[in-house]
Design a protein around this ligand. Sequence first.
Ligand SMILES: [Mg+2]
Length: 272
Amino acid sequence: MAKVLRKLFRSEPGPPRLPENLLPDLVRRSPILLCLDYDGTISEIAREPRLARPVEGVLEVLRFFASHRDRVATAIVSGRALRDLRSMLPTPPGIALAGVHGLQLLDADGKIEVPPGIRDCREDLESVRAWLEHNLPAGAGFLIENKGVAIALHYRQVAPPIAGYVREAFEKFITDCTRSLQARHGKMVIEALPKIASKANALQILRERVGDEFEPVYFGDDLTDEDAFTVMTSRGVSVLVGDPRPSAARYRLAGPVEVVRTLRKVAASLES
Ligand SMILES: [Mg+2]
């Protein structure tokens, strides 16, 4: 009984559902800058990062947007390294890519940019590599992903007590022993990341590129997407993807399949 009452009266934490026609209507009024996270937003989360394929229909709708760039400027904003992201998602020309939380940018014309401050992080990244080499228990299932400008430690396949212990020690090392890096937590991953990296910065750069008349629209599922949601409180449409949770996003959708369904409606609205 108590359980039923709790269910009835407790409101879901976090943002309300994205209204069905909000984006199709918006795109008729104004050009949009469409930012999409990859993992968990337009691909289902997989047991291993390399297995996370885009959900059905994504590539088609991206191709459509790429040929309507004056109405929908699209960017994939991911924590993945650019070359990794491109192998997962063979985007057509006309789609911008931001890798490693904005540290690597490939614009819609195929040019790659890395922020100049990244050089100062090299020594710290080297010390993180050495720490991992000496401190990971062999055979526990950890996966190191070296992105060049950042290093991620995946623990999806590690027994929780071991994962917890190592995660804490790794975070302490990053915080106490490096100057230029921060520890970022994602889904079953902790990352040593230059402090200058954030999806909010990536969004800022993308907005400057397309111009102020493009209304920003951002879909993301991860903690790192919250940085972008936070800077969008005054303008734009931010959408949390996944289960309800407290978030700075204005709206929410249940998962990648719903995201693609929504994008198709936006495309249809452009065609009509
Ligand atoms: Mg994600």
